[in-house]
Design a protein around this ligand. Sequence first.
Ligand SMILES: NCc1[nH]cc(CCC(=O)O)c1CC(=O)O
Length: 328
Amino acid sequence: MWQAEHVRARLSALYPQCSVEIIGMTTRGDQILDRTLSKVGGKGLFVKELEVAMAEGRADLAVHSLKDVPMELPEGFALAAVLEREDPRDAFVSNDYASLDALPAGAVVGTSSLRRQSLIAARHPHLVIKPLRGNLDTRLGKLDRGDYAAIILAAAGLKRLGLPQRIRALLEPETSLPAAGQGAMAIEIAERGDGVDLMRLLAPLNHLPTFLAVTAERKVSKVFGGSCQVPLAAHATVDGEDMFLRAMVATPDGKRVASAEVRGPAADAERLGADVAELLRGQDAVEILAACLAEADAAGAAAGGQPAATAAAPAAPGDDAGGGRPGA
Ligand SMILES: NCc1[nH]cc(CCC(=O)O)c1CC(=O)O
């Protein structure tokens, strides 16, 4: 809702004659809170319902955290703008400890992200990682209740909601490389052919350096089938015309890690993404990810869930609510 309000304010400033109505919606990703996203499986868990609303003409645009947007959108949908990025880093949040290094052996750290789990396990094998789902308030509430010694959250969410004081330490990209798109918001539209050129109307909201950075990051994810079922990080910074892109894949236990970095012209974002993916392949990234999916499958089968290998494939049209429509 904060993000939608932000886009409303930006649009109202740009087009004072235009009125913007916000329709609040929840998605499967918001509703299913008893499982980690890797176990829920599938893609676009936070976007599909919004795409259905657009396809049905109930909404003209959708505001997303870019991190939650699948690398390939369903036919008929497009990203019209990527807004200037907030802090892309992960944040260490705790009431009793100042940093990950300060946590005693056996301390419980909350995160449901395989990427964060794997990064913590690699450097802090003495810590215990427990799943943590829900919106920001829910997650902070569980920390305050004493369920966890510390939790890891995106700094962006805490800053946007006016809670920067909850951040005890920011995890630098060197130790906790962010997920592709983390901290950036995107506006998605449906190409409805009704004569309104939303693409052109929204273009002024696009922030080019952010757009180029996330284009490179998302290319890496795309190469490796981008989903929440594999620990994958990709983070680019843009300085003038230059881009620095880092990426990593790992096993959830953090024991096998492939990481790579490239520098080049920001204008070649997509190629830089492909280059870094190629470097990762050279370090057995494909094998590492296959091991992750096999592990997820074994866990999923035990829990009676959806096999991860299937879930990681592009969703077949009509496999879920809204069947047959572009939003499906
Ligand atoms: N659905 C998870 C999600 N998607 C985007 C954010 C954070 C905000 C952002 O990256 O812009 C989060 C929560 C988190 O990582 O703690």
